[in-house]
Ligand binder design. Structure first.
Ligand SMILES: C[S@@+](CC[C@H](N)C(=O)[O-])C[C@H]1O[C@@H](n2cnc3c(N)ncnc32)[C@H](O)[C@@H]1O
Length: 494
């Protein structure tokens, strides 16, 4: 390579890293902005209440106390978020100067970042702008070849974490009102009895822009960005995803989506051994529960995920949970719509429902951060996996044909692809992004393409399920998800 090419390459990498730092700062800022944005909602509801004529107010005299309870719940959610951020180890130098890139592609990337999912932020949490690859292992360090290892030093899910959280405090733009928010027991009875009291909560979580000397540098308020509300919506979606993956309440959804996949894996690999476990890849692993369950079944399982929103949270739960039920969150407080009762809306949810480190994972469990297409189209990934499991993932593609092609390539001959999910194409409604590619095929076409890539259908059915749905809501969106098992033909029969 000539000197000029090397310099260009270096320049390109620097720009990519700056883009990624900016994207990550934005995601962290979205998390830090959560309390402020949630407080704004409560203030809005209070303003509406104040506009009521006295006779109507008299009928709804319980609402002011509900608003105070909501504030208290927001503070609890914020506490969880700040605890999560405090232990996050950014894979990049967050203090680096990214100003030089401001006028290059950064803004374009940022825009595409938040315009995605503008109609439904829960459908997709975009991530690494440069398609960078980050890896952290949950059971043993992952090899660099697998994931180019840009992620934080591998952390071991079995390791005792020794983190003195009392010495750390989060800096940022959050501000939690210090009005009397009532006590936990007033709000939710026994369900909240282990929650920290308000003073502890604020001492630990609240910041009002003050930087404690023990805060991680990258949480310095000067590095925080002002983010649009749609970014904070993504934080709320993560909170709902926590219920799906890591709460008792999510069991029903997990039974609908994850259980059929796990049963299928058991059926297909009856002779698994811990000495030589079959290798299973889970692209779009979300918060990691399915990947963990597959690992516990006796597979060397790797989850792949490209959203830092997701990775920050899954890493916290997988690596830092000390016990089941360690934290209490209030996932349903952000909407007053379709509530049967205020108690339903204000109900606490304990997380995690299991202690991940004690769940019985199989050696080789890891989460690999990065874009599925970039990471797994690498030739080193060819024919590596015995099984690929996609759950609510296929429709995240710009080009679903490319996903199918890569799935076929990474599977060993005779390997299996289990898929469960709808075809709610994530890039289908990107009106503002003229050149955002989105190939939107019918189920029939998807299956036809799969046959072209050497797959043979072994099983097919439809599964009725919800996705991150509030089980007590008066509105329940249902999917009739395609569920299939396909096997990649051996080369001889291709
Ligand atoms: C609808 S969620 C499903 C999550 C999980 N499988 C579940 O069933 O709960 C889709 C996930 O895929 C991730 N994702 C989307 N595009 C991706 C890509 N190109 N590479 C890796 N992950 C991706 C998203 O960040 C999101 O976490």
């Amino acid at each position: 390579m000539s000197n000029m090419q090397t310099e260009e390459e270096l320049e390109r990498r620097k720009l990519e890293e700056a883009l990624e730092v900016k994207s990550l700062r934005r995601i962290i800022s979205a998390y830090l902005n959560y309390p402020e944005a949630a407080e704004e909602d409560v203030k809005r509801w209070e303003r509406s209440f104040r506009k009521l004529p006295p006779r109507h107010k008299a009928l709804l005299s319980h609402l002011p106390s509900k608003f105070q309870k909501l504030r208290w719940c927001i503070a609890q959610n914020s506490y969880f978020i700040f605890e999560m951020l405090k232990v996050f180890e950014p894979p990049l130098d967050m203090s680096q100067d990214i100003d030089n890139c401001e006028n290059q592609h950064l803004d374009v990337v940022s825009d595409s970042h938040h315009s995605s999912r503008s109609r439904n932020p829960c459908l997709c949490e975009s991530t690494s702008t440069s398609g960078g690859v980050n890896c952290h292992s949950l059971a043993e360090p992952i090899s660099e070849e697998t994931c180019n290892g840009k992620f934080p030093a591998p952390t071991n899910v079995n390791e005792e974490q020794d983190i003195d959280i009392s010495k750390k405090s989060i800096a940022g733009k959050c501000s939690i009102s210090l009005e009397d928010h009532g006590s936990a027991n007033n709000i939710c009875g026994d369900g909240c009895k282990n929650l920290p009291d308000r003073d502890t909560l604020y001492a630990s979580a609240c910041c009002n822009g003050n930087v404690s000397s023990s805060s991680p540098d990258w949480l310095d308020p000067s590095l925080q960005l002002h983010v649009p509300l749609v970014d904070v919506d993504k934080v709320r979606c993560i909170i709902r995803n926590i219920v799906r993956d890591w709460a008792k309440e999510g069991q029903q959804e997990r039974d609908q989506c994850y259980r059929p996949i796990l049963e299928e894996l058991e059926r297909l690999f009856p002779d698994r051994s811990n000495e030589n476990p079959p290798a299973c890849l889970v692209p779009g692993a979300g918060l990691g529960r399915l990947a963990l369950e597959i690992s516990c079944l006796g597979f060397a399982c790797q989850g792949n995920e490209f959203s830092y929103y997701m990775m920050i949270c899954s890493s916290f739960i997988l690596n830092h949970a000390q016990a089941a039920g360690e934290w209490t969150i209030f996932p349903w407080i952000h909407s007053n719509c379709n509530s049967v009762s205020d108690n339903d809306q204000l109900r606490p949810v304990s997380v995690p429902d299991i202690h991940p480190a004690s769940a019985g994972i199989t050696e080789g469990f890891s989460m690999c951060g990065g874009d599925f297409v970039e990471v797994y189209s690498d030739p080193s990934q060819g024919g590596v996996w015995d099984a690929v499991v996609t759950c609510f993932f296929l429709d995240t593609a710009h080009n679903i044909v490319e996903y199918i092609e890569i799935i076929s390539e990474v599977l060993k001959d005779g390997g299996v692809w289990i898929n469960l999910g709808p075809l709610l194409y994530h890039f289908a409604d990107m009106y503002s992004q003229e050149d955002e590619m989105s190939i939107e095929l019918s189920l029939e076409d998807v299956k036809r393409v799969a046959l072209q890539y050497g797959f043979i259908f072994e099983k097919e059915s439809t599964i009725e399920t919800t996705y991150t749905t509030n089980s007590r809501s008066m509105m329940q969106n249902r999917y009739y998800a395609a569920f299939w098992t396909m096997r990649k033909k051996t080369s001889a029969t291709l």
